[in-house]
Design a binder for this molecule. Sequence first.
Ligand code: ZN
Length: 144
Amino acid sequence: MCEEVISSDGVKCPYCGHIRVADLEGVVSLLGSDGNAVEYQCSVCDKTFEVNELVSRKWKSRPIVQEERKITEAGVPEVLIAFEWEEFSREESLSVKAFLRKLPLDEVVEAAHKMTYRVADSSRRDQFKYFCGICWSKIKGPDE
Ligand SMILES: [Zn+2]
């Protein structure tokens, strides 16, 4: 060997080919996440070599199920009623739809009610921000 090697299983020795498996032997914590090369000693042939961690990105896309879209669209007017506003801007409406895809309608409506109860005197922008904050904390769950 003795040349550059890339492995997705763990750190691979460029001299003898031994792979230190990432999951089993803590390679990830050893390398850290700053992307700098670290020196590494092979546990089989004892030779030292340099290791860089390569990170790749993935994207997941999926179609929006028609049924789901209908529920989301139908929910927006109900949330608007809870807001007691005339209408949502395009951006506000998109945010509300995003929340309706992640949370049940009654939770989103509840967030809107909470907002009107707590920050009714704030600016429209702050009111909407407060509403978003409540929704996000519902999505993340009670632990965070
Ligand atoms: Zn080796």
